[in-house]
Design a protein around this ligand. Structure first.
Ligand code: NAD
Ligand code: DAU
Length: 352
């Protein structure tokens, strides 16, 4: 049997594919448009591996997706493909509408047509898993209970609004057409292959390069951090055992204020790669203009996933963040390629 992973050259998609190939006998077809966020180097360890097939393409390309579905007789799809960065969605919302909403719609339609043509046995076992975010639920105050699957959607950024729209489409394709779907809503991920436009990899690389560590506003916004490999294991569990039509929250019970996250990674860098001038990395922290519409707090209640599907994360924030810093220190070539070219334009646009 074979599965299709979309957005497979991005941060979470590539971690998912690498783990899948290591742990399963099933083949994987990776589909990715290779936007600025897609990086084939993330999958370079799979070159020549007969269990992995990479195809460059758009989830909106119905001809291509239909051909892939038939050619590989796919039994499941995990949809990671998306525009994923909140700050970029503020500058250019159109890309987010195009990929996250129209792209998901086109993908659902290609899949529906394939699924309708399957024989009863294959039809019964087919699954479409849509990977989404906790940001669809909006923002919490300090004392609000964590997000549950029953929380109403209250997205506040063009990114989260586009993801919420995609979740609604997936839900509607289940209720209206019976398409066998599952949705996961996960908190903030971190770990290997994270593109350095996001807080954690940006601050690790800026620290090492003697650049400012930009903290938006007062730095007291709270995120609930999950090591990427734990997100991948949760998706495998939901794909395997999840109830069709259901949504599952995924989180690490690791709420942290942004400032504390950055101070923690500075302390690890002080230990692993002390600065030659004897100063601390923390001295590079710089407060900058806040993100417009910045959500104050996210927190995930993953009790449903824990109780119904017996999933728990393996990493705490302390173990995961140390592994992450070590990975960036050990992968200088990957880093040097990623920060060349268009990356510089983004940093210029966002931080000056
Ligand atoms: P990413 O930006 O690193 O990767 C997205 C990938 O999708 C890239 O490889 C890109 O080339 C590809 N892509 C974009 N448009 C495409 C299209 N039209 N067709 C095919 N491929 C396309 O994102 P990520 O952080 O790996 O996130 C993956 C998914 O997980 C997203 O749906 C995101 O909303 C969700 N998510 C992310 C986080 C997080 O903390 N990063 C948390 C929860 C959920
Ligand atoms: O919650 C899940 C979401 O987490 C995913 O759906 C998104 O795809 C993913 O990008 C992430 O969104 P965030 O906006 O929370 O992540 P980001 O790393 O961009 O920012 C984390 C926090 O750090 C946020 O409060 C904004 C702040 N920040 C970010 C950057 C890039 C800064 O203070 N300075 C920065 O330079």
């Amino acid at each position: 049997m074979t599965i299709l992973v979309t957005g497979a050259a991005g941060f979470i998609g590539s971690n998912f594919v690498l783990d899948w190939v290591n742990q399963s006998s099933e083949e994987v077809v990776s589909l990715d448009l290779l936007t600025y966020a897609g990086n084939l180097e993330n999958l370079s360890s799979l070159e020549g591996n007969a269990k992995h097939h990479f195809i460059k393409g758009n989830i909106s390309d119905r001809d291509l997706v239909s051909k892939l579905l038939k050619k590989y007789q796919l039994r499941a799809i995990v949809n990671f493909a998306a525009e994923s960065h909140v700050d970029r969605s503020i500058h250019s919302p159109g890309d987010f509408i195009e990929t996250n909403i129209v792209g998901t719609y086109n993908l659902l339609e290609s899949v529906r047509s394939y699924w309708n043509g399957l024989d009863e046995n294959h039809k019964k076992h087919f699954k479409f898993l849509h990977v989404s975010t906790d940001e669809v639920y909006g923002s919490l105050s300090k004392t609000d209970p964590a997000f549950r699957e029953t929380n109403p959607f209250e997205p506040n950024s063009p990114y989260s609004a586009s993801k919420a729209a995609s979740d609604h489409l997936v839900r509607a394709w289940y209720h209206t057409y019976g398409l066998p779907v599952l949705t996961t809503n996960c908190s903030n991920n971190y770990g290997p292959y994270h593109f350095p436009e996001k807080l954690i990899p940006l601050c690790i690389l800026n620290a090492l390069n003697g650049k400012p560590l930009p903290i938006y506003g007062d730095g007291q916004q709270i995120r609930d951090w999950l090591y990427v490999k734990d997100h991948c294991s949760a998706i495998r569990r939901v794909l395997d055992k999840g109830k069709l039509g259901e949504t599952y929250n995924v989180g690490g019970w690791n709420e942290k204020a942004n400032l504390d996250v950055v101070k923690t990674l500075c302390a690890i860098l002080d230990e692993l790669k002390p600065k030659v001038d004897g100063t601390k990395y923390e001295s590079q922290i710089t407060y900058v203009k806040d993100r417009p519409g910045h959500d104050r707090r996210y927190a995930i209640d993953a009790t449903k996933l824990e109780k119904e599907l017996q999933w728990r994360p393996q990493e705490t924030f302390d173990t995961g963040i140390r592994k992450t810093v070590e990975w960036y220190l050990a992968n200088e070539t990957w880093v040097s390629h990623v920060v060349s070219g268009d990356y510089k334009n983004w940093v210029q646009k966002q931080y000056t």
